[in-house]
Design a binder for this molecule. Sequence first.
Ligand SMILES: [Zn+2]
Length: 436
Amino acid sequence: MTRRRFHAPVALLCDDACTVIRGAVLDVNAAGRIEYAGSAVGAPDFSGTDIRLTGILMPGLVNTHAHSAMTLLRGIGGDLPLSRWLHEAMFPAEARMTSDDVFDGTLAGAVEMLQNGITTSTEMYFHLDAQVEAMLTVGSRAVLAPVVMDGLPGQSWRRMVEGISTAIDERGLRFGDGARIELAYGPHSAYLLAPAALSEIAAAAGRRGALVHLHVAESPGEDAAVRTTYGSVPRMLEELGLTANRLLLAHSVHVDADDIAIYARHQVGIAHCPASNAKLGSGVMPLTDMLLAGVPVGLGTDGPASNDALDLFQEARLAALLARSGCLDAASVTAAQALLLATNRGAAALGRNDLGVLEAGRWADFIHVSVDVPAFATGLDVPDDQLIANLVWAAAARGVTDVWVAGQAVVTDGEPVLVDRRRVLARVAEAATRIR
Ligand SMILES: [Zn+2]
């Protein structure tokens, strides 16, 4: 790749101040990193290729919780609560899925996410090699946390943990072009694994600097046994030593002030999945309490069988709407805060300071949002707050036209560059027929 300078009328850096740059340039080096992001006025001298865009440049969105291969299961058991949905609909179908099916499903999910502006996805699923291959095939960035759970026929949790440790030791914690793949540990939940297993995972991950990602307190009653012994799952995780290392918890809907204090004390990342929680009737996570406590909260789509769209713009809007409704305060989560949840804060929840912000040194994972849509009919020459409001409340993912990961174009004019979208979808239809 040559050095490139992207010019755009507006760039949203998605830094902590949610800075809006007018007359922006973004310089990307041959290694796929950002060299400069800011105003054209005062930009350093540049030699390379100039690319002129007419809309908004911003970081790619960071999805902190997904099971993308479940594109194959989309629409199944859509009116069941969590426990029945898992045991009656999902687990039986997943038992029939082969690694080829996981490849096809992950490929389709990754294409959908890229088209929606999501450049990083955190995945908890089976068949790691198939997921790696799918993500690299479409050019997406992913944090892959192979699932670990007890009670699967013919498999032990210990062997699953050893499999992850071996993969990290052999391939490295991060690998692939542009370090696109990061490996992590994915213990499913405290209700599908014993405390001893969680302790062992914490030790294995700690030795390797790896992220541990699990479901916590998604629905009421799922963790009754843990609550009886430890008070809550977060209290158990702290006691078992998991909070000492990188930890990312999905959901955390049913938590109290002490749990949130534990999250803040250890800077535990939270993957807030408002659409999935609402669809499964699980409840609403206390977002404003978490933000006030300083907890790094990102957004997750969760799997496409419980959402059912892989659209983080939708999650940002829904997160803010639910938070405002819950506390009867229109200022409780601003449009800018909602935007940062999907970018900057998602990266923080993953413990990654190389993603989620347009800033020199970070990976050049970024998107172009067209302003040739009704949401921006008032034009770009409006106050910054109004511009961000138009993006968050009205524009949505349909405005995303172009996407780059590590400086490489992976979506152009709305279509994936490295795969044929129609063939990808045709393979999903074939696989879905097999596992039904
Ligand atoms: Zn999940």
